[in-house]
Design a protein around this ligand. Sequence first.
Ligand code: 5GP
Length: 194
Amino acid sequence: MLVILSGVSGAGKDTIKKELMKRMDNVITLPSFTSRQIRQGETEGVQYHFISKEEFEEKIKKGDFYEYDVHHGNYYGTSRELMNEKLSQGKIIVKDIEVNGTENLLKLLKNDTRIVTIFLKVEKEELKRRLIERGDNIQDIEVRLGRLDYEESKINLYDYVLKNDEFEKIVQIIMTIIENEKRIEDSLKEGALK
Ligand code: 5GP
């Protein structure tokens, strides 16, 4: 099962993802590839696989990605091979992708993979505060705030839209969603086997 977490950069997706992995068995994440610079506190292979623009373009040519997109001048993409490997192991993959990537993955995978989509909504002022706290520079902040309206215009792609105000509450809600969706997936599989 694939769980997609979206919401503008700075909405807290990464922190939530880490917490889910800590608290739930069988939940993993799948780092995307990106050509952006590594940020302070990030580790190669954890948040992303960091590669150069040229390496990324080579991978595009080889068809290595299920989908890829450009944000703020950098490439981001989902590895076909890594995704298939983890799905075939029965893992619950929690992936943090923005709305265009979600739209593409839904089109490509919906027929043979159970996909649950969750959108984390955050108020503009709150988002600005978080980005400043994270140490983003003012230009990046403006770009990311500008992206908020676009992302929210795609909200009807999502099964669940949650207001990300209280961390503990949101983690509990997402854990409940994942448990319920997993139960549904398992019972559908059992039904198919009968
Ligand atoms: P950041 O640079 O803040 O880590 O991420 C910027 C944006 O890229 C975020 O909205 C994030 O969800 C998106 N992103 C991360 N990985 C992927 C991916 O594999 N594909 C697509 N389309 N977007 C991604």
